[in-house]
Ligand binder design. Sequence first.
Ligand code: SDX
Length: 439
Amino acid sequence: MTSKADAAGKGTVTVTLDGTNRSTTLPLLSGTLGPAVVDIRKLYGDLGIFTYDPGYGATASCESTITYIDGDAGVLLYRGYPIEQLAERSDYIEVAYLLMYGELPTARQLEEFRRGVTYHTMLHEQLRRFFDGFRRDAHPMAVMCGVVGAMAAFYHDNLDINDPRQREIAAFRLIAKVPTIAAWAYKYSIGQPFMYPRNDLSYAENFLYMLNAVPAEPWVNNPILSRAMDRILVLHADHEQNASTSTVRLAGSTGANPFACIAAGIAALWGPAHGGANEAVLKMLAEIGRPENIPAFINGVKDKNSHTKLMGFGHRVYKNFDPRAKIMKETCHEVLAELGIKDEPLLDIAMELERIALSDEYFISRKLYPNVDFYSGIILKAMGIPTQMFTVLFAVARTVGWVSQWKELIEDPSQRIGRPRQIYRGPAQRDYVPLDVRG
Ligand code: SDX
């Protein structure tokens, strides 16, 4: 394979089958930022061959204008704006508008969007009954998959995904109702009454209210915690074509109902290699127990037979620091200090684990750095959020990213149903053997 690319990354790639005179020339495409891509759509037609990329580590599945990651430089941009600036100066509702519509809103646009979300936070009263079908000790992510998927039973009939207004209403319903569903999943698990959303609170305040308030007494917002929650939601809002977003896109490419697509994204996020890592980090830190146990744990991670991973470390794209991890670490120290928590053993273990790992050749050579999940669990624990709710919170935050990516997919005129191919390694064709002669 040879390529001719000019400085702008435009040009062609020529693929020649060795030992034959068969070759084809494929166009190189380049975006605003990031590596050029070779457009292989005519490869099979010209040469009768597929490409092979398990895990899609080197494959662009779509064109997108939403989020850009430079894994080597540790850069994360939402619609071009650096995550550091948004985490410091924006808030979740404004970031949600930015992800959905591509530009920072004017004051009037922001107020209209905020109202639109606020007035969709209530759930249909019949949806309450879905919770009764779950065991009280069900993992809240199982409840999230079930109830968000069940939204399709309430809105499927009048949803034309090709109608922009109906797509927008579905988007508002999902962004607004997922925190209510999440909080009710928690309340159901502890046997407390559901708290209905309040229109006088911000998105993050309302989520904390529905999680923590009880009818028996007034609830007082802690601005430190609601600001920290808002920042955590911003940091988790979108992240390019990660596993759960790709799941949403694949489901969306079939024309499935957006509620079903987001439920599929929630299911994919649940895995410990993805959004379930924040819960797994807390379990890992608790199992290590004391800083003096870290060297033995690290040795276990290096032992392939142990199948032990350093949870909260490593990333398919970031081969440098995850910029979100840096902000999360700063927020962690702020929240603990502002809550007057001076002695948090898990934080001591996490910081010592990070220090050792970042100086150990095994991790350095594999470019394993803390990712967004390494510190988030410690903050959430300090905020009184139970461990099983950590991934649920990730799903709440990522819903706007999933919805924005789903909208972009539906509005992309070139989009077609996703249908990867394979290398077949099964038996060649053979004839049926009747049972009585099989021996
Ligand atoms: C998220 O994609 C996204 O953007 C996801 C996300 C988002 O916002 O949507 O950023 C959110 O999912 C963050 C990642 C959370 N997951 C974890 O913290 C779980 C622990 N991390 C690993 O499971 C792993 O790092 C992945 C899944 C995150 C990435 O895996 P890759 O890219 O497939 O890396 P790999 O398995 O090819 O690893 C390369 C090497 C291997 O060693 P060798 O076979 O070369 O000897 O690094 C090793 C791996 O064994 N390795 C680890 C490790 N991660 C990779 N070894 C120990 N601990 C780890 N955490």
